[in-house]
Design a protein around this ligand. Sequence first.
Ligand code: ADP
Length: 662
Amino acid sequence: MNSLQNYAIICVDDEPLVLQTLKEQLKRSFGSQYDIEIAETGEEALEIIEDLQEDNIEIPLVITDQIMPGMKGDELLKKIHGKYPQILKIMLTGQASAEAVGKAVNLANLYRYIAKPWDETDLNLTVTEALRSYLQDRQLAEQNQRLQLMNAELQQLNSSLEQKVADRTTQLQQAKEAAEIANRAKSVFLANMSHELRTPLNAILGFAQVLINDVSISLEQQRNLEIIQRSGEHLLMLINDVLEMSKIEAGKICLNEQILDLHDLLFSLQRMFTLKAQSKGIDLHFEDLVDVPRYIKTDEQKLRQVLINLIGNAIKFTLKGEVRVRVQIKKLEEIQWKSETFLEALNEGYSPAIPVLSIEVEDTGIGIADSDLKKIFDPFVQTEIGQAVHGGTGLGLAITQQFVEIMGGKIMAESVLGQGSVFKFYIKTALVELSQIQDKPITKKVIGLAGNQPQYRILVVDDHWESRQLLINILSPLGFQVQEAENGKIGLEVWQHWHPHLIFLDVRMPVMDGTQVIQQIKSQDKNTVLIAVTASVFNEEHLHLVKEGCDDFVWKPFEYEVLLEKLSHHLGVQYLYQEKENTAHFLPQELTSEALAVMSEQWLQQLYHAAELADSEQIMQLVQQIPITEPVLIQAMTQLVQQFSWDKIIQVIETIHYSKKS
Ligand code: ADP
């Protein structure tokens, strides 16, 4: 069949005349766009439809008569509908029964019926409407198909997106795990480092303490030991600081507020830095503390480190002149900083009436250029002149600023190049009532064990000879029985035959480490007290040890008092005490004529003479002759020598002579 059109309408009727009329009428109206095909039987119509379909000609409409020999109209339509449901069907009914139309409607989705004889206009209208409806449906179907395609594409995209998300999640999970492993490795490294450094330092500090407690040593030796102790403590603090910086970076740092003897802290800093300042010919001056409360609540470690950094820098970067430390308790509103830092604090909602500890460290040193001032608190920043003066790390001020901020404060610096600098900071603080400090351990010196107590057996297990010796040196003279073991295995053997009351146990040891010893002992005997001696800073390890049954910890380097306190806590040990001198002697002391009056006239004359010659060595020899019952005088004299205050000594001696004469 040859068709010029893409669309065809099929007409079926057994009466050739009717068929011809129908064809002509349709051709007139629709011939330009549609082929009009005719068939005289249903069978023929089906064949034509097949042929047209094969030629890819679309059939929007079939119009058929009902009554025909062979296949009836409704039957034909039913068949067409079964195969091509989209084709619209119209029935031409003559005397056709309503039943046939009903069947065609139900079974073939009949679109319309047209009664014979029809009116041409009616036919045209019906067919036009049918064709429009067909095209519309086809469009809808096409759109629907497109939508379905898009939907399928979307679904594919979606599932590939889900796959991507799943892949990315797995990657992230792997990255997170890798980071966690790296972080754990860093923690282990820090723990090891801290252990390696603290263990020998523990021996240095501990032996210095052992020697200081020795009553037979001279004042000179005592002073030298104190220097060893202070330097060791400073070194310890530096180690702590590197760890601290790592902890700041890891977000692990927190505020540790305790009651602090501020005067004691400041005076210990003065003692620590005086020698250094003197060696450079600089005057280190702590301004009057009269109005500064002695006890405040703050984070002592951090405040100490901040001051060490600032005073240390001030001395380091000053070639002549002086370094002044000014300490005051103020209200925040009384701080007169001409800087944004202060305004920032107010913006952060601090109450202006809040009391703060305000400290200024001022020097007459090399100064800092304006351009450098802004960045000196950044890690690893050093000014050009700063670098020339010494090769530090540039970490000090970064840590200082972090610590000040953790303590709820702010820090800033002002400077004039070539004239000097002043570093000012404040921290939030709470003043402490005297009643609150009653609980502080009384600083009494332990001289031995009280009577009527069991013979305490203490075992020290540590692979470091020095660490073992240190504990033995502290404990044996007090009257404890002490045995030692150099690893866990030997420790267990000693424990089995000697039954110590308490074991000080190093955690990390070769052969058998502390954890294994704890497991072995605690599985057989719950009574032996096990105290882990650790240099680790990480809490995870401590939690683990507690789980294993460890009773307590002491941290290296341990404080003498803490160690003894642990023994008394766990074993009920009671000590004999010798009252330590009042801690007041640590405060700056005024040299008075009354205090000097206890010394002999000859001694006073020698002192006067030595002061006139500014002979500090001679004066210190004279100081050694002051009886130990006069600690305040010893302290005052030592300070004056450290400050080169010869005039003051001369002046006080002259007052005595003057009053004697008059
Ligand atoms: P470091 O002292 O190890 O170099 P800091 O962070 O403490 O590190 O100081 C950073 C830099 O700031 C110093 O190198 C120095 O250039 C400058 N600086 C700090 N304090 C002073 C000061 N008091 N006077 C002059 N310059 C200073």
